[in-house]
Design a protein around this ligand. Structure first.
Ligand code: WT7
Length: 572
């Protein structure tokens, strides 16, 4: 597909009119005055997202258009969010929440989630988020490893804690938003002195999966907001006048960086819709609220595309002016469809839970090469590295690494310093320390980056990152299972689906019913999105001599590809 030239699609001058110029003279210091600092080292991210606006002309502006499951719209101004998060902060302090304590939020996308997140950061505690689809095992892993002191949830979801509650000695209280929490916080003052956190103080954390072991707690610091704000402004092109809709859940870092922190720091109105996916529902929201900037994911775009152009054309979506996508590769096909459906190109951008914000992107002012992730954000310096640590040339595939020099790069992995260290390498060739993304990519002659695949076994299903180990562990917990090997299998709609190869105990019979039972077992215990959609029973799994399951071989066999180096494989 040919390069898309942007002039045709620009409806207003972009916030970043000249990419090359921005790259040339870039330094974060030039932009720090766009945020509110208490002193040269002290900044609070929540203050910059909400308080700053509540103290300005934007005070009575709608910050949150909350579209509930029935599609009725509730409005919250910046002042509303300011006062309710102050009350929540005062309440938390009163019940013994101190600076640095972990407060986890386990809620669907309801206004209380946003209010809680802001309130927690304001008092200098650390907010942790979790997907509402998580089951007992996933919840337990997160709350126990982080030693969370408080959990904010609702009574329906709290039932999933029953079997794990007494194994969480650090969890002081479970706060239920539908059982009096909001009336209780009403008794507290709406005046709060925001904690003047150091820019490197921990602000929020989320757990994400790697290839091995349990999910790791990625911790971000308050100064992450500098990068999140600037990327919201320059990549998502968010302006004060925008009605901005990000379809992500704050259980995922996108819903934090670009639904709470970076985007509100730009002062725009944000739309949140927690309902199930439906093409008509989504188009109705855009039409009704006159959404201007829309940030979504490739799977969602493919799902919309599968419902056809006739459906889109029934709605007046002319308010849209800028579209962006993240989470998995955006192939040219959905871009082509987007051009037909919305008369606008989707701008792909690339980042990770660990990078805390967008690092490679397509911009409003630059031509798009469909299928490419775009160019590095000003100040970000990627290097494509061979296994040796040497930089490889143009058009050569290698490990995508980044110079660790931007404010939203994770600060640490919660209580796992070795894990944190394993993210970095020292390149003798470049004489530089580099952050390893775990992705394979190449750079073309024009400086555009192209995603090739993961360098590890991590699965991306509908944009969600799933560690095969977690799914394997969940399967093995079932009485019928001896062992399991889990891979991502390419899927035209979801990018990948989870496929499990399962060895059964001799006393259990292979059947479709048992496959279904195993899928549901994982769905219930681990997470609603992290269960195998496909199960194959096998007699044994390929393993290394040291006993590690070789998922690479399972995948190669599944795809009919050459199996590659098997020198470490045990007799098979
Ligand atoms: C992984 C990160 C995406 C931000 C939220 C957190 C894959 C992400 C792209 C893209 C191809 C992408 C990578 C990356 N990924 N964006 N534009 N093109 N792949 O994301 O859950 O931490 O996952 O998602 O593999 O490492 P995450």
């Amino acid at each position: 597909m040919d390069t898309i030239h942007k002039d045709k699609y620009l409806k207003s001058p972009p916030n970043l009119p000249d990419y090359s110029k921005a790259v040339e003279g870039f330094h974060y210091d030039k932009h720090i005055s766009e945020l509110v600092w208490f002193s040269p080292r002290h900044i609070n991210a929540a203050y910059n997202a909400i308080t700053k606006n509540a103290l300005s002309d934007r005070k009575n502006k709608v910050a949150l258009y909350y579209v509930d499951e029935n599609e009725s719209v509730n409005k919250y101004t910046f002042l509303d969010l300011e006062l309710s998060s102050n009350k929540l902060g005062n309440f938390l302090k009163a019940i013994g929440c101190n600076r640095g304590d972990r407060v986890f939020i386990f809620l669907p996308r309801v206004p209380e989630l946003y209010i809680s997140f802001i309130g927690i950061l304001k008092i200098g505690a650390i907010a942790g988020t979790m997907f509402s689809a998580f089951g007992p095992q996933a919840i337990f892993d997160r709350l126990s490893q982080s030693e969370a002191k408080f959990l904010i949830t609702n009574s329906e979801m709290a039932t999933r804690l029953k079997s794990i509650r007494n194994k969480l000695p650090n969890l002081k209280r479970i706060l239920l938003i539908d059982k009096g929490l909001m009336t209780e916080i009403d008794k507290y003052s709406d005046v709060l002195n925001t904690t003047e956190t150091d820019m490197t103080d921990d602000a929020f954390m989320l757990y994400t999966s790697g290839t091995t072991g349990k999910p790791k707690g990625i911790v971000h610091q308050h100064k992450a907001i500098i990068h999140e704000y600037l990327t919201a402004k320059w990549v998502l092109d968010i302006k004060d006048s925008d009605i901005y809709w990000c379809t992500a859940d704050p259980g995922w870092v996108t819903g934090i960086a670009y639904e709470i922190l970076g985007s509100w720091a730009c002062g725009s109105s944000t739309v949140v819709f927690p309902g199930r996916f439906s093409a008509d529902g989504w188009y109705r929201i855009i039409e009704k609220l006159k959404v201007t900037v829309w940030y979504t994911a490739p799977t969602a775009i493919r799902m919309l595309a599968s419902q056809g152009l006739t459906k889109v054309k029934k709605y007046d979506l002319s308010s849209l002016r800028f579209l962006a996508s993240v989470g998995e590769p955006l192939n040219p096909e959905p871009i082509r469809w987007g051009l037909k459906a919305f008369n606008l190109p989707f701008h792909d951008n690339y980042w990770q839970t660990e990078t805390g914000g967008i690092v490679i992107a397509n911009y409003a002012a630059l031509p798009i090469k469909p299928g490419s992730m775009g160019k590095p954000f000003p100040g970000i310096k990627p290097h494509i590295i061979a296994e040796s640590g040497d930089e490889v040339g143009v058009n050569k595939v290698g490990n995508l690494t980044l110079e660790p020099n931007w404010p939203s790069l994770m600060k640490k992995v919660w209580r796992r310093p070795k894990k944190y260290q394993s993210y970095f390498l020292y390149s003798k060739d470049l004489k530089k320390k580099l952050y390893i993304t775990g992705d394979l990519a190449y750079k073309d002659r024009d400086g555009y980056y192209w995603f090739v695949g993961r360098a590890d076994d991590v699965i991306k299903t509908a944009g969600e990152r799933v560690g095969p180990f977690e799914v394997e562990s969940a399967l093995v917990a079932h009485e019928a299972v001896v062992e399991a090997g889990v891979i991502g299998k390419p899927d035209p709609m979801r990018g990948e689906i989870i496929k499990a190869f399962v060895v059964l105990k001799p006393t259990f019979k292979q059947s479709d019913k048992l496959k279904e039972e195993l899928s549901m077992f994982v769905k219930k215990n681990l997470a609603g999105h992290a269960y195998p959609r496909e199960i194959e029973f096998v007699d044994h799994l390929p393993k290394t001599r040291s006993g590690k399951i070789m998922r690479r071989i399972l995948k190669a066999k599944e795809l009919g590809l050459p199996i590659g180096d098997t020198s470490t494989l045990e007799e098979y």
